[in-house]
Design a protein around this ligand. Sequence first.
Ligand code: COA
Length: 387
Amino acid sequence: MADQNVKELTTDDAPVKARGLEGVIALESALSSIDGQKGELIYRGYDIHALAEGASFEEVVYLLWNGELPTEDELETLRSELQSERALPAPVMNILRHAPDDAHPMAVLRTAVSSLALYDEEADAMNDEANRRKAARVLAQIPTVIAAFDRLRKGLDPISPLDDGSMAHNFLYMLNGEEPGEAAERVFDVCLVLHADHGLNASTFTGRVIGSTLSDLYSAVSGAIGALKGPLHGGANREVMRMLLEIDEQGADPVEYVTEKLEAGERVMGFGHRVYRTMDPRAAILRDMVKELSEEEGEMKWYEYSMAILETVRDEKGIAPNVDFFSASTYYQLGLDPDLFTPIFALSRTAGWTAHLLEQWADNRLIRPRAEYVGERDRTFVPLGQR
Ligand code: COA
């Protein structure tokens, strides 16, 4: 699989320096590939458009974990496994009950996932089968954590997970207490498909670094959640919605609002990408979806604000939107709270994180880059009493 254009470096070579590791190939992966020039994203060889159109999230999970799309029987087996692992251990539910109502849901999720390890007898078992089972467990339990915390902080009782139905269906049910309509379930499922994996992004890299020390899956997923929380990564979707809501509350003109931001040297959340030089294909799919949703609901303002912002940032800065830009208004139109947008991203990306961990452990090597030391040298030590 070695790329002919990539030079294998040895410790004798001059070190390569790349700020933010831009352009550095740190490892080989057969999971997903991004062509930043063409605006193309593939999972295991399948174009994201085809998967968004035709595959359920569970099929994508199977694809990422196994390398092939499932047959009907294989899919049913995976579905049953995920359905059977949805309930949380009682002590983890207690942690959610005691979490402050105003806690950041990503902090709660990070804490809950870390604590799940305490109640999994296989937490430290590092064989392939145990790791694969833990991947299913954590993927099945994360939706329950997010929905239970959301209800508890609103003074409502958590809703027990269904023992059937898709992840999308069950999650929306546990959140709202009523079964979602087919259209909402389908839109949400497509969102999960679109966010499932994305090359060696910051959270996936974080997870693989942790995995490469042969630490356990829960540690790696908790670390990845921490990385995803940041506004330069998964936290951007929440910030996009904050911006749209602020425009609405102030009755501001979106073009003027965003022009002022750019003139002040501020970043517009939901724009720009380390790899894409053109529009993120996921943003294009979500743009069309949010337009449809808005038309169905007869509420076009979020779409209209978004398009005005898109055109302004494109014309002023030549920067295109990323996945977070249109996922914000999509989730909002589905009635989801803005501070749940990033946990929902985590829910989906757990498929990718766990697939990357399984891939890392199949051929592990410790990930350990170096820093260029720019501090002082040759200083004379002065004992404490003489300083
Ligand atoms: N708004 C305004 N300007 C932006 C921008 C944004 N969202 N994203 C990048 N730029 C500008 C930078 O100011 C910089 O301009 P300069 O060279 O004149 O200083 C240039 O584009 C390159 O930005 P840089 O930060 O070096 O790119 P990066 O590859 O390190 O950063 C992101 C990538 C994603 C962190 C960056 O685009 C960003 O902060 N986006 C907003 C957050 C976001 O939506 N994150 C979700 C990513 S999926």
